[in-house]
Design a protein around this ligand. Structure first.
Ligand SMILES: [Zn+2]
Length: 263
């Protein structure tokens, strides 16, 4: 099963995969019936999550109901337990929205507060707004919270994108800006001369990645004006929770635009 899913991921174009995933994955989920795992996002219980991953397939990764991966589940637990995002209705800009999170945010905001939940993507029809994150067509200080995960590694000028996120956030506003990262790498590796998808896959690990972030990622975000909290959130979960939710050790980066200093 694991190698079958890996084959699918590596041979079927992504747009097609996304289209069939909504019905095909839940069907595969039937094979994983059981109660050993529970998705904290959608509440689905399974024996084990489905395997998932490009190149190297990971066991216990994909929720067959809402398609959440380990990192989505970890982030959800953080948002639910440590923030008031799901207890209020701030203006939220969700960039390249992950289906699992988007569904829950939409449920939370409901019809009444729907205008406060903004989704954006370069072109996906699932998003309300369409723009390049390096040039966001929103007013200065018009957003309370930003969620922008696994985007920056695709962006030509990631600092420009970060400065745009800073500009549109109100002072005191905050966000989650996650990237894939290699923790044993001290400095971020990038090379603009590598442009072909094949070369990028070989060097950066995915055909559309432009860099590999190292431990200096937080510093790069700070350079763009943000205060950054780097949280190893999985360490705050119990052993039982880690297993039940099958989370990941990915670090959470919580950014905040500082309140204006008054003299
Ligand atoms: Zn789920």
């Amino acid at each position: 099963m694991k190698s079958f899913i890996k084959w699918i991921l590596n041979h079927i174009p992504r747009p097609l995969l996304q289209r069939v995933a909504s019905w095909a994955v839940p069907m595969l989920g039937i094979l994983y019936a059981g109660r050993g795992r529970k998705c904290p996002i959608c509440g689905k219980q399974v024996r084990e999550f489905l395997p998932y991953g490009y190149g190297v397939s990971r066991r216990d990764a994909l929720c067959p109901r809402c398609l959440a991966l380990e990192r989505h589940r970890l982030l959800w637990l953080y948002l639910e337990r440590e923030t008031d995002l799901l207890k209020s209705y701030p203006t939220l800009l969700h960039i390249a929205p992950e289906v699992a999170l988007k569904r829950q945010f939409e449920r939370h905001y409901g019809k009444e507060h729907a205008d406060n939940y903004l989704t954006a993507d370069l072109e996906s029809p699932l998003a309300k707004l369409h723009f390049d994150i390096q040039d966001i067509p929103l007013e200065d200080e018009s957003v309370d919270v930003v969620v922008c995960n696994h985007i920056l590694e695709h962006i030509e000028d990631d600092r420009k994108a970060l400065r745009e996120l800073y500009r549109i956030l109100r002072p005191g506003g905050w966000g989650v800006v996650l990237v894939p990262q290699e923790y044993d790498r001290e400095t971020t590796f990038e090379d603009d001369t590598i442009t072909s998808p094949d070369e990028r896959a070989k060097v950066f690990g995915q055909y559309d990645h432009r860099r590999i972030y190292g431990r200096d990622y937080a510093e790069r975000v700070r350079e763009c004006g943000f205060e950054v909290e780097e949280i190893e959130y999985e360490k705050r979960l119990s052993e039982e929770e880690k297993k039940q939710y099958s989370t990941a050790g990915e670090r959470l980066y919580i950014v905040q635009r500082p309140l204006a200093v008054s003299y």
